[in-house]
Write a protein that binds this ligand. Structure first.
Ligand code: SF4
Ligand code: SF4
Ligand code: FES
Length: 360
């Protein structure tokens, strides 16, 4: 048994006051959870401390919140580990910081309004099967192998941790978001569904759809059930390309194709060429930009100017297609070889880059 300090972000709307921080000392075995700590504080110190929970076993998805800044389930986070993480993050004997989930309005203390940001978006993706024809007399029978692809997305418990951590959603609250798009893949990948192409067309053409994700990996880190929503979004994009959904006004499919072509041919990214190829496929001298491409390029100008201003594209060569920094020691050939291998073996290939932090 040890004493831990929880620093909780409180908000009691009926008081008319704004949010504030309050600390609670709790006595618990380190193997118990942050949720156990909050319930002890509620029981011993302040019955008005509001937290949503039910199963206390990482099954119901009710207790999503931020612990030390990371979106997670409070019942799945051991208080001893959270204490160590707080010390690593903030310095010796710092409290465990507990806040409501992000990207959602707060109703009271740690309880957020999941209707407006989560459930509305889940309904947006038509989360039920749309089979055609007469239903079978008994149940649908499918090959077990054909369901393997969607089992990961089926593991979702709708906790909202991924939504809370999504960086794109911070910038664009209308983004359909990681949880709803993972749910969309659950039906797109289901062999019983007969409207796969219509679903993909809808999600690709929505300006806040599958091409609004910036691959930040936050949802993968946050998800307590290993759903890896970003991977499901990438699967939706691949499927859209396979199904020929390449006329989206987001220019997403063309961008993906341009990127793939560049990795295949060069083994590295050439950002200036990527923009050109995305809007007007056909490298160098063969540019035939469509009306949409010209509009897209003009709309990209503020982004380009920001890149120059922030230093991302500070050197002139970086702005010229075909002129880009080379990777050292034949690394580009290695990347091309990896591409060829993946292509030959038709493997799904998700690349996780580690090692930028000193500790990794
Ligand atoms: S990877 Fe995409 S969906 Fe996931 S948190 Fe980042 S921007 Fe959001
Ligand atoms: S995908 Fe993971 S983090 Fe997102 S709602 Fe489902 S279980 Fe929670
Ligand atoms: S209380 Fe059910 S998931 Fe945490």
């Amino acid at each position: 048994m040890a004493t831990y300090t929880l620093k909780v972000r409180r908000y009691q709307p009926e008081s008319g006051e704004g949010p504030y921080w309050e600390e609670f000392d709790v006595d618990l075995d380190p193997s118990l959870s942050v949720l156990d700590g909050l319930l002890q504080a509620k029981d011993r110190d302040d019955g008005s401390l509001s937290v949503r929970c039910s199963c206390r076993a990482a099954i119901c998805g009710s207790c999503g919140m931020k612990v030390n800044g990371s979106s997670t389930l409070a019942c799945k986070t051991q208080i001893g580990e959270a204490h160590e993480a707080a010390n690593r993050r903030n310095g010796e004997s710092e409290p465990i910081v507990v806040e409501p989930m992000g990207n959602m309005p707060v109703i009271k203390d740690l309880i957020t309004d999941m209707e407006s940001t989560h459930w509305t978006k889940i309904r947006r993706v038509t989360p039920w099967l749309l089979p055609h024809g007469e239903p079978p007399e008994r149940e649908y029978v499918v090959e077990p192998e054909s369901m393997i692809d969607i089992t990961q997305s089926m593991a979702c418990i709708q906790c909202g941790a991924c939504v809370s951590s999504c960086l794109s959603m911070e910038a664009d609250p209308d983004f359909i978001g990681p949880a709803a798009l993972a749910k969309a893949y659950r039906f797109v990948g289901d062999p019983r569904d007969a409207e796969t192409k219509e679903r993909l067309h809808d999600l690709a053409h929505d300006p806040h759809g599958i091409y609004d994700c910036t691959h930040c990996f936050s949802c993968i880190d946050a998800c307590p059930k290993g759903v890896a929503p970003m991977d499901q979004i990438m699967r939706l994009r691949r499927k859209a390309a396979e199904e020929g959904v390449d006329d989206d006004p987001n220019n997403g499919a063309n961008h993906v194709n341009a990127f793939v072509k560049m990795i295949e041919k060069k083994g590295t990214n050439d950002e200036a060429l990527l923009i050109q190829e995305s809007y007007a496929p056909g490298i160098k001298g063969k540019l035939k930009p469509t009306k949409g491409a010209i509009k897209g390029l003009v709309e990209s100008l503020p982004t380009v100017l920001r890149a120059i201003k922030t230093g991302k594209a500070r050197s002139l060569p970086k702005l010229i297609p075909g002129v880009h920094p080379k990777l050292p020691d034949g690394a580009q050939d290695e990347v091309k070889a990896i591409y060829e291998h993946a292509e030959e073996h038709r493997e799904e290939f998700n690349l996780y880059i580690k090692g930028e932090e000193e500790t990794e």
